[in-house]
Design a protein. Structure first.
Ligand code: ZN
Length: 284
């Protein structure tokens, strides 16, 4: 039985037996739900080399088939960045240093830079990252988030907008973020798992886990961030329905203690509740 990447629990009943690759192709990847913390995740996981090849070459092609043209995709990213800055105006009083992890074509970074932020991005999609560098003049590393080379304490804000479902090793990525965050820095997570799942009518093969308000809170507590708020409000505008946002502030409290305390207080999902949640949203 696979163990849960969030809490380490090894009891995880199967809720779905397939994931959706395209509108007409399904794959035999099971979706399990951890009985301890409630994380919904795909099993088995692909090998790291597969992820590298997939995001380097295949992902953009699949995305292009099911989404709008690339230019309007970048325009949407810019608009979402603008909307996010408006939504967080009270919380982000002045520009600082921002890391956009899974920045894609760089549109959100572009919006932050226009407001005076010093921005750096990372994305494994070579074509999108090249667009960010060449068309927008942004500093973007083409690589997996697990492999980032970042100076300790380098960032005041780390943004992961709809990318945490995709990464291979969520623990390693969040550990990297904690190291790269300055004292009192902020981590903003946007989980788009439900949005994509509703859109596909199934859980997509490239969303390795589906993050809810509870699992976002637990992931933050496990990896050194104290949740400030978690909301379904559309902080980045109307174009990504089904997103959940979580904002955390960096703390020195690392390790499973804070997460386990929260689970003990009932901040968790359950296989029963998640099965009902999937049914309620028509996710087959
Ligand atoms: Zn778990």
């Amino acid at each position: 039985m696979p163990s849960c990447e969030l809490c380490g629990g090894d009891d995880a009943p199967i809720l779905r037996r397939r994931t959706r690759v395209t509108a007409t192709i399904d794959a035999a990847f099971e979706i399990r739900c951890c009985a301890h913390c409630g994380l919904l995740f795909q099993s088995p996981r692909f090998a790291p080399q597969f992820y590298r090849a997939y995001y380097g070459q295949v992902y953009r092609h699949l995305l292009a088939q099911e989404q709008q043209p690339f230019d309007s995709h970048v325009e949407d990213q810019i608009a979402r960045g603008e909307a996010l800055l408006e939504s967080l105006a009270q919380i982000l009083p002045r520009p600082g240093r921002m890391l956009d992890l899974g920045c894609g074509a760089g549109g959100m970074m572009h919006a932050f830079r226009r407001r005076g932020w010093n921005v750096v991005g990372v994305d494994p999609d070579s074509l999108a990252a090249a667009h960010a560098r060449d068309a927008l003049g942004l500093t973007v590393q083409t690589m997996d988030a697990e492999e980032m080379r970042l100076a300790p304490g380098a960032f005041d804000l780390i943004l992961i907008a709809g990318s945490l479902e995709h990464v291979h090793d969520i623990a390693r990525v969040l550990a990297q973020c904690h190291k790269a965050g300055a004292e009192d820095s902020l981590l903003l997570l946007e989980a788009h798992g439900l949005g994509q799942a509703e859109y596909l009518g199934a859980i997509g093969h490239n969303h390795r886990r589906l993050l809810t308000a509870n699992s976002l809170a637990l992931a933050m507590l496990r990896h050194g961030w104290t949740p400030q708020f978690i909301t379904d409000a559309p902080l980045s505008g109307p174009t990504r329905p089904g997103s959940t946002f979580a904002l955390g502030r960096r703390t020195e409290r690392l390790g499973p203690g804070p997460m386990e305390a929260a689970i003990g207080l009932g901040i968790r999902d359950t296989p029963e509740a998640m099965a009902a949640w999937l049914d309620r949203h028509g996710i087959g």
